[in-house]
Ligand binder design. Sequence first.
Ligand code: KE4
Length: 427
Amino acid sequence: MTSHNDTLFARAQRTTPGGVNSPVRAFRSVGGTPRFITRAEGPYTWDADGKRYTDYVGSWGPAIVGHAHPTVIKAVQDAAVRGLSFGAPTEAEIEMAEEICKLVPSIEQVRLVSSGTEATMSALRLARGATGRDMIVKFEGCYHGHADSLLVKAGSGALTFGNPTSAGVPADFVQHTLVLDYNNVAQLEETFARVGDKIACVIVEPVAGNMNLVRGTSAFLHTMRRLCTQYGALLIFDEVMSGFRVGLHGAQALHNITPDITALGKVIGGGMPVAAFGGRADLMKHMAPLGAVYQAGTLSGNPVAVAAGMATLRLIQEPGFYESLGTQTRRLTDGLTQAAQDAGVTFCADAVGGMFGLYFATQPPTSYAEMMASDKEKFNRFFHAMLDQGHYFAPAAFEAGFVSAQHSDAVIDGTIAAARTAFAALT
Ligand code: KE4
């Protein structure tokens, strides 16, 4: 019988490139037909055939309290009936800004935007505007959204100037983007010694989640902080994924590092389009209308989206929220590791707060190159074996996974039991 997912995918491709509105959703990395989701609740999603999945994508991070949480849904409904968007300031935006400043002490002032891409793109522009410098440093394997100067892979040559990873990005748009190796302290030191006084900012995922989960080492992140301060460059922590996901105060609190600018997204929208960038007040005063760095957005701070975000931010502050989320995430990764070991499959996993990485490798990767050496083909077979049994992991080997507060012991143990079958089929 033809799956409704197949029918919908064929239909979608007639009007939308690849049939999706974001490339990773197309299953091209794992093969097969993407599942068209019709509804979601708690830890579950349902596809167009009515099949239920235990969901470990969670909309790529936002669904931290579980899908369709009644409190969040009610907040959205209550906001929506008062009108969807005004293009004028609202008290709700003040409350969101105050909550973010309370929860992320490095942020003294914050600007709300509608996507993580907007947040990082604006943070870069702020760093360049505030320092008067053009050069930026990013790291291989980190993804910061699709702003032109960030769609860059490591180039050749001593200074590793970047090459565009996407067509349509002129080479001179990325000539100021240096791409270094994640967790490579010596290279960071050497680069700053060479061009530190030309660097406007370093942007990093302090816990990387876009080459699968790779932890930034304390030495790497603290060296970055020290060098930025020494050379007058700004440190941007891209916490669009790690913010409120690895802990209530983000990865910066885990490492006790104060970045100059932080980008946020995902969880702060609770599934609706809210993202943000913020930092020291003396930096943020460069933003229009106060200063000369321009940034704007029709739906920035949208009251309905902010209502979803605020309801989510209140729920994650409930006592024990992160202790429980971390325990459940570890239950999953420990259980999968034991199941793989029992089946004799080379596999390991890691977890930081409510995000996790699964690796068909002997140990968790510490760099992009190590991640690329993991067994992608084994992951793809595992992915489909789990999908067939109703457990939905990220449809790409180089993506992190996410657990919600609604993933109970029974839910997690059901996934582990299915994994025993999936791992057995891999040997
Ligand atoms: P958005 O523009 O997709 O809201 O955020 C871009 C972004 C920025 N920074 C980090 C650390 C991110 O993880 C992201 C987006 N993450 C991907 C997941 N790999 C979103 C999923 C997708 O592209 O469809």
